[in-house]
Design a protein around this ligand. Structure first.
Ligand code: HSE
Length: 436
């Protein structure tokens, strides 16, 4: 059978990996796909560098439009990133009847609905395995492997940069700022690490997974997003003393009134497998009614791990290209006319448990006042730790772990406790998930 012809938009780190893995494993990949997969054209602003990577057998151009205009190209692989030219070229490729593979999580999380509608109208496929957790085949698992299940929740470490920072803070006792500087010097973190450290990158990925799991449109704008920039080393140490580790989690849950979708720092039990995912690695836990809990672990970024996901999409396309569009796997797992309208809940109605750190005057009755206010807000305490004040010190840290409660009740309780004259600094609140 005739090989499938691919045009690459952008040949940076992931593009190079895709080219090299396809070349190295071409025979084995063709045995799986039933036909060859051939990159025939590459568009990159740095034409000289692109030529150096692909050699003489591949046409290199500076303008992505040339790939779209080439009738020989069956599939366009978008590896440019961002919302601008990437979106424009993807929509043009679809309009030209080409299938699209993208690693662009931001684009899918924000503009996915428009892109999938355009693809359906033209009867072409849009695939995005590389957009979530790099080399981990989590999209495939959610879309196909778990298709028998009603998925109840997903919790994932889906940003390697922040997991590396939190691991280093814990292991070496360094501050957030010190580890970030180190990560940048080592090239782990971007020069502008905002999307990573503010939780935005993780929220893009959590948004995509929630759509696949619960059959809802991608709605990044409804996700609650809180990053790791305000975390302090002392909270990592107190959490450890109480049997927990601190991770940046992307969480989605199906609850009675809708869907929770949130990214924030979170305490998880130290014994839990996901708590032991260290460095830049990613892991995703999925809890579903038939299978129970499953865990997916691996490299969430990097040249060849991400290329592995891009090529998996290309193999699917090679197999499915001639199939009737109605027989293909729908991009969001659910048939497009079966996408539901379960609302994504406001953070104030989320139910979770909490870690609170209070800087208090070391006086009689302080603990009673604090627990009294928590009780008034219907918040039950799970554990308390009070650091013994050093000699001559008149203040100390009081750590409280709560049972599950509604976030708006916790907001109210914190506001009331903060008013007490014995509370000497802003209260630190970190959410906690037992993942059981
Ligand atoms: N910046 C991401 C991370 C990798 O640190 O995990 C690409 O999604």
């Amino acid at each position: 059978m005739k090989s499938i012809k691919v045009g690459l938009l952008g040949i940076g780190t992931v593009g190079r990996g895709t080219f090299e893995v396809l070349k190295r494993n071409q025979e084995e990949i063709a045995r799986r796909a039933g036909r060859g997969i051939e990159i025939i054209m590459v568009a990159d602003l740095d034409v000289a560098r692109a030529r150096e990577i692909v050699g003489s057998g591949v046409q290199v151009v500076a303008n992505g439009q040339d790939i779209i205009d080439n009738p020989q190209v069956d599939v366009v692989v978008e590896l440019i990133g961002g919302y601008g030219i990437a979106k424009e070229l993807i929509l043009k490729a679809i309009a030209a009847g080409k299938h699209v593979v993208t690693a662009n999580k931001a684009l899918i999380a924000v503009h996915g609905t428009e892109i999938f509608a355009a693809a359906k109208q033209k009867g072409v496929m849009v695939s995005f395995e590389a957009a979530v957790a790099g080399g981990i085949p989590i999209i495939k698992a959610l879309r196909e492997g778990l298709t028998a299940n009603r998925i109840q929740w997903i919790a994932g470490i889906i940003n390697g940069t922040t997991n590396f920072i939190l691991s280093e803070m814990r292991d070496k006792g360094l501050s957030f700022e010190a580890v970030l500087a180190q990560a940048q010097a080592l090239g782990y973190a971007e020069a502008d690490p905002t999307f990573d450290i503010e939780g935005i990158d993780a929220a893009h990925k959590a948004t995509i997974m929630a759509s696949l799991a619960y059959g809802i449109d991608v709605q990044f704008e409804r996700a609650y997003v809180e990053g790791i920039t305000k975390l302090q080393g002392q909270d990592i140490r107190y959490a450890e003393q109480m049997g927990y580790r601190l991770k940046l989690l992307g969480i989605s849950k199906r609850v009675k009134n809708g869907i929770e979708l949130r990214v924030h720092p979170c305490l998880v039990p130290s014994k839990c497998l996901i708590a032991n995912v260290e460095g830049a690695m990613n892991a995703v836990m999925v809890h579903a009614d038939a299978v129970g809990t499953t865990l997916y672990y691996g490299k969430g970024a990097g040249s060849e791990p991400t290329a592995s996901a891009v090529i998996a999409d290309l193999v699917d396309m090679a197999r499915m290209q001639s199939a009737d569009p109605s027989h293909r796997v729908p991009p969001l797992a659910f048939q497009s006319d079966q996408i539901g309208d379960d609302p994504i809940l406001d953070m104030s109605s989320v139910v979770t448990s909490y870690y609170l750190r209070l800087r208090v005057a070391d006086q009689a009755g302080v603990l009673a006042k604090v627990t009294g206010l928590l009780a008034q807000c219907d918040i039950s305490i799970d554990a308390v730790l009070q650091r013994a004040a050093s000699e001559g010190e008149s203040q100390t840290d009081l750590i409280i772990l709560t049972h599950n409660c509604v976030e708006k009740d916790m907001n109210h309780a914190i506001a009331e406790i903060q008013k007490l004259s014995s509370i000497l600094a802003p209260i630190v609140r970190i959410r906690k998930e037992e993942l059981s």
